[in-house]
Design a protein around this ligand. Structure first.
Ligand code: NAD
Ligand code: UD1
Length: 337
């Protein structure tokens, strides 16, 4: 049985991937400093999978801790989720983002190589593309990220490609996620941001729960069919499966792989609202306001490389994304009452 170190494994995407790894008979060691997740997620992972991952509360920038983790567990690969991800905050506090995301990743890679571990899966983002001049993003397109967060992701990708160049037996996959939404079907794990959400679906979920009054739809004058922004929303469970398939790919192939994980089918803000209203039976009041600075009208993945190389494609549509989000929100409310 192979052992995988999952950094950021109690976070949103990490926790779903840990469940998927356990279901696929991997052993899991989680390292997370809990800066954006809760320890209670561990018990929920155990409840879903009836298996217990090892857990270290600590920071990826702590080389001593990393060395002891690699010494104490027979780790064969690393899936690296740990990072900060708020675009607005990254613009205001760039050094915090470069330090945590870039320096943290380099510290992790150093300790990993010292322990002779050569398999690495990295959480990248469609945000690395910036504005490549086309709305359907392909891996070979130009990458000019337009915010600090996106630049940290792109820098780490470049570090990884350089490491692969220098070490012929290093296998790395940079997975560029589009817009992750949804939750585990059990309703036990999902995305529950602290404070007012920045992203669409957590905001809609909180309106449905009566915690927020109304959605501001950022722009209804985009050159899209209904005037609102189009995005490639992808169910977090599909994303999680992509990581397990990436590990299988890396077990057989060395070098650096960069691949989109998206559905290839974009939906507008109004379509997402309508889908959520349908599954929840709740009214989501909204008003149109000005465009949000930095937003693009439309982008979505060309996911054909993931299908060809990883044998991966998204299975869940927006109805399932909304159903699972809604189930999770109702469950969070119950568990807090
Ligand atoms: P998340 O915040 O839920 O999970 C990240 C986890 O990493 C958290 O549990 C946090 O406590 C932990 N962490 C952060 N810095 C750490 C550090 N220095 N040491 C140890 N632990 C640390 O975020 P998520 O949505 O699950 O995203 C996971 C990864 O995927 C991130 O790297 C993010 O940038 C990337 N990503 C996310 C999205 C998205 O929309 N959610 C899109 C593209 C890429
Ligand atoms: C944001 C991040 C991106 C990240 C992605 C992952 C920015 C600029 N980009 O992308 O780096 O990879 O999340 O999920 O933050 N919307 C509203 N009202 C709201 C919230 C959103 O109308 O209150 C609209 C947006 O204008 C957009 C769509 O909903 O058209 C999706 O927005 P959001 O969920 O924030 O994701 P992105 O902006 O695509």
């Amino acid at each position: 049985m192979k052992t995988i170190l999952v950094t950021g494994g109690t976070g949103y995407i990490g926790s779903h991937t840990v469940v998927s790894l356990l279901e696929n008979n991997y052993k899991v060691v989680i390292l997370d400093n809990l800066c954006n997740s809760k320890i209670s997620t561990l018990a929920r992972i155990e409840k879903i999978s009836s298996k217990t991952p090892d857990f270290y509360q600590g920071d990826i920038r702590d080389a001593t801790l990393l060395a002891s983790i690699f010494k104490n567990h027979p780790i064969s690969g690393v899936i690296h989720f740990a990072g900060l991800k708020a675009v607005g905050e990254s613009q205001k506090e760039p050094l915090k983002y470069y330090e945590n995301n870039v320096t943290g990743s380099i510290t992790l890679l150093n300790e990993m190589f010292k322990a002779n571990v050569k398999t690495f899966v990295f959480s990248s983002s469609a945000t690395v593309y910036g504005e490549p001049g086309s709305t359907q993003y392909e891996e070979g397109m130009s990458t000019i990220p337009i915010n600090v967060y996106g630049r940290t992701k792109f820098m780490i990708e470049e570090v990884l490609r350089d490491c692969a160049q220098a070490n012929p037996d290093f296998s790395v996959a940079c997975l560029r996620y589009f817009n992750p939404v949804g939750a585990h079907q059990s309703g036990l794990i999902g995305e529950n941001p602290v404070g007012t959400p920045n992203n669409l679906m957590p905001y809609v979920g909180q309106i449905a729960m009566g915690k927020l009054p109304m959605l501001k739809v950022f722009g209804n004058d985009y050159p899209t069919p209904d005037g609102t922004g189009l995005r490639d929303y992808i169910h977090v469970d599909d994303l999680a499966k992509g990581h397990v398939l990436a590990l299988s790919y890396l077990e057989k192939n060395s070098g650096a792989l960069t691949v989109n994980l998206g559905t290839g089918k974009p939906y507008s803000v109004l379509e997402m609202i309508a889908a959520f209203e349908k599954v929840s039976g709740k009214n989501i009041p909204y008003e149109f306001v000005d465009r949000r600075s930095g937003d693009l009208a439309e982008y979505y993945a060309n996911p054909s490389l993931a299908k060809k190389l990883l044998y991966w494609q998204a299975e869940h549509g927006i109805e399932r994304m909304c159903e699972d989000t809604w189930r999770f929100y109702q469950q969070v409310e119950l568990s807090h009452s």
